[in-house]
Design a protein around this ligand. Structure first.
Ligand SMILES: Nc1ncnc2c1ncn2[C@@H]1O[C@H](COP(=O)(O)OP(=O)(O)OP(=O)(O)O)[C@@H](O)[C@H]1O
Ligand SMILES: [Mg+2]
Length: 253
């Protein structure tokens, strides 16, 4: 199994006491699979993603990558894991360093993380990656504020691909984009999945989006997975009232 999340629970302390952000969450992602995590704001989706990405300082339960418990990783294993699992974030503009041109954003990853020393090789790779995500060469010299939201997200995707990941954790990657741009980015991610044999943990609050992207969908509410199903059965035969509400909220054309 590529990723196995077993019964993870996360509690945050705040002024009102303990807030259970995730409770007993179990999710598996096999190689090449795209698994969806769906739920309203505050249901715990990012908490689960963040636990995998190492952004949650303490959680109960176990997360394994390629059947190895990530808490047992040595420094070298952790480094490889951080390359194999790449995030794509909701806010495409703020996920990029505003003082770096597109060229720098991607070439830095190639030099520092991939360890490519040869300047020509780096610049060829940068151009290849931009082409792969559908950006023209004239984006190279631009800063994030000179790009559209969709273009920024494409740069974020290129940066993730630069590390040659196995698993992409996409946390609401299209929520901040216009509907027409959302479809383009989703199509791009689908194409990349096939081309590079990627796996996805795909987070969204919009059932239509996860249905388009994922074969299996987990529905989260109040920190817990309350229903799991394939896209077709969730749409046509939702079991929980909450899932029924999500289905009814899909606009009909
Ligand atoms: N770092 C943190 N410190 C304290 N509480 C947190 C922290 N991160 C998340 N929470 C709380 O945990 C709960 C789950 O939050 P989380 O961000 O996982 O939800 P989400 O499903 O991703 O929501 P959204 O769709 O708005 O992104 C919320 O009640 C949130 O306030
Ligand atoms: Mg979130």
């Amino acid at each position: 199994m590529l990723l196995e999340i077993e019964n993870i629970s996360v509690q945050y302390k705040n002024i009102d006491g303990n807030n259970i952000a995730a409770k007993d969450v179990s999710i598996t992602v096999e190689k090449g699979q795209s698994i969806g995590l769906l739920g309203e704001s505050g249901s715990g989706k990012s908490t689960v993603a963040n636990a995998v990405l190492g952004f949650v300082p303490y959680f109960q339960g176990k997360i394994s990558f390629n059947d190895v418990d990530i808490s047992t990783f040595c420094k070298k294993d952790r480094k490889l894991f951080c390359q194999a699992v790449q995030p794509i974030f909701q806010d495409p503009f703020n996920s990029l360093n505003s003082s770096m041109r597109v060229e720098q954003v991607i070439s830095e990853v190639l030099r520092v993380i991939k360890g490519i020393k040869d300047k020509k090789e780096v610049s060829n790779r940068v151009i290849d990656l931009l082409e792969t995500v559908g950006l023209a060469e004239d984006c190279l010299k631009k800063y994030p504020h000179e790009l559209s939201g969709g273009q920024c997200q494409r740069v974020g995707i290129a940066r993730a691909l630069a590390v040659e990941p196995k698993l992409i954790i996409a946390d609401e990657p299209v929520s901040a984009l216009d509907v027409s741009v959302q479809a383009q980015i989703l199509n791009l991610l689908k194409d990349l999945q096939k081309r590079f044999d990627l796996s996805f943990l795909f987070i969204a609050h919009d059932l239509a989006v996860v249905q388009y992207m994922c074969e299996t969908i987990h529905v989260m509410k109040d920190g817990e997975i309350i229903e799991t199903g394939d896209a077709f059965s969730l749409l046509n035969n939702p079991q929980q009232n909450y899932t029924k509400q999500l289905v009814n909220a899909i606009p009909t054309l």
